[in-house]
Design a protein. Structure first.
Length: 463
């Protein structure tokens, strides 16, 4: 069956072949598509997703399954017959299989592990035994180990023998007789060396390795700093346990970035795509933070009540409350977002807190001064055209607003920048110092600063 690729879309082609009810025609069509296109067809045709995976060869089925979203993977596993499920899970690379099983309830994982062959079951249980979020959960035991005393010819024979079933052969890993990691070699260096050279003669024993208990966040940072496609994973005794590849680290980085963005927005991290998440579950993810923020904002009303007498004496002060608290909240949200992102990228560490503090003090003063001057001149200009608004005390009111803006913006900047570092020091996720949380904190304290400054400038005048 032939198609005019320019005139008929992939979806239309698929609908035509699936309507033929000819398994061989469908199989031939799918085998001629890129893996990414097959995955897109599954996403666009939920009713055929199980059929598509079943028709594909084991290798192509695994390659497609790996790049599907978790909800799609779950539906397929639930629908496949046990024999096909066992075939798919056994063919999946150990790290991808572990990542998928992590998303499932314990009872389901227990049943699926029973479908694995003894060797794959042992590997999977070992990986799942490492702490969640550790490098151990990411690593794959599929790598090519060689000995120091091997020749280049022996190494290349090993690559030809085992390379077909290895996730990556870009790097060869050298171990000693105890299984301890010695060094790694790029395949390029192996190929370009003379066949009779000994491995120990061409390695320099300068290497970078991950510990199996390192956090995935730390692994992401090490990959970024060293520009590597794969890194060895060792235990506390330097025994080589496996490797972590860049595709897994990029997946972790994407998950971490998405989670941080959601937390910064003032919600719990979503563990499913937005449109796939049940409405009530989405409600539960959002309502908790909204209640906390609402209760926090109630403190603003409490603060307003405390300064009720001042407001009654100088009603003009109430006009600038939204201006003051929003400026402080905005500056705090800016600082919080910048610091959280810098920490996630490995640009800022806890030990940098003093440098951050000094920078944010200067930034807060400069930003506050700019806003303060704008507020000051706005009141002065307005009082020139509408003198009845501020009466005879426009200068005092302008100074109150201008100085308050400097203080509130400075406080917002300091709060937003320091809170993520404090949370990190306490072992919490810095992203939980989200922009709404910082804004709420600064709203309350901003009122205290505003009315305190007003008392200084307006005492004996309006107060």
């Amino acid at each position: 069956m032939s198609f005019d690729q320019e005139e008929i879309s992939l979806q239309e082609q698929f609908e035509e072949v699936i309507a033929s009810n000819d398994k061989l025609v469908v199989q031939d069509f799918l085998n001629n598509q890129n893996i990414s296109d097959v995955a897109q067809l599954i996403s666009d045709n939920e009713e055929y997703e199980t059929q598509i995976i079943s028709i594909l060869s084991p290798h192509r089925a695994v390659s497609t399954f790996k790049i599907l979203d978790v909800p799609e993977q779950k539906r397929i596993i639930q629908s496949l017959p046990p024999i096909k499920t066992a075939e798919l899970l056994n063919e999946l690379p150990a790290d991808d299989r572990t990542a998928f099983l992590e998303e499932l309830p314990t009872g389901v994982v227990r049943e699926l592990i029973k479908l694995l062959n003894p060797e794959e079951r042992k590997i999977t249980l070992a990986l799942l035994g490492y702490p969640e979020g550790s490098v151990g959960r990411l690593m794959t035991p599929d790598y090519i180990p060689v000995r120091e005393d091997w020749t280049i010819a022996e190494v290349l024979d090993e690559v030809r023998t085992k390379g077909k079933h290895i996730e990556t052969i870009d790097v060869i890993y050298v171990v000693n007789e105890k299984g301890e990691f010695v060094d790694d070699l790029k395949i390029k260096d192996v190929i370009l060396s003379a066949p009779d050279r000994i491995i120990s003669d061409i390695i320099d024993r300068r290497y970078i390795a991950l510990n199996v208990h390192d956090s995935q966040e730390e692994a992401n940072h090490i990959f970024k700093m060293n520009n590597r496609v794969a890194l060895p994973v060792v235990d506390d005794n330097d025994i080589l346990l496996g490797i972590v590849t860049i595709d897994d680290v990029l997946w972790v980085a994407n998950e971490e970035f998405t989670e941080n963005i959601q937390k910064i927005g003032g919600t719990e991290a979503l563990d499913e795509p937005y449109l796939e998440m049940p409405l009530f579950k989405l409600f539960r993810k959002r309502v908790g933070w909204l209640i906390i923020l609402f209760l926090g904002e109630m403190l603003t009303a409490t603060a307003m009540t405390y300064f009720e007498d001042e407001i009654a004496k100088a009603i003009v002060l109430a006009l600038f409350v939204p201006l003051i608290i929003s400026s402080g909240g905005n500056s705090g949200s800016q600082a919080s977002t910048l610091i959280i992102q810098a920490m996630a990228m490995g640009e800022v560490y806890l030990t940098d807190w003093l440098r951050v503090l000094k920078r944010e003090i200067l930034s807060g003063l400069m930003l506050g001064t700019v806003l303060g001057l704008i507020g000051f001149f706005r009141i002065q200009v307005w009082s020139h055209f509408f003198p009845e608004v501020y009466g005879d005390h426009s200068l005092a009111v302008a100074l109150t607003v201008g100085c308050s803006l400097i203080g509130v913006v400075l406080w917002g900047t300091l709060s937003g920048s320091m809170l993520p570092l404090v949370l990190k020091k306490l072992g919490a996720d810095p992203a939980t110092s989200s922009a709404p949380f910082v804004a709420t904190l600064v709203d309350v304290t901003g009122l205290v600063i505003y009315f305190s400054v007003a008392y200084i400038f307006l005492q004996g005048i309006l107060l």
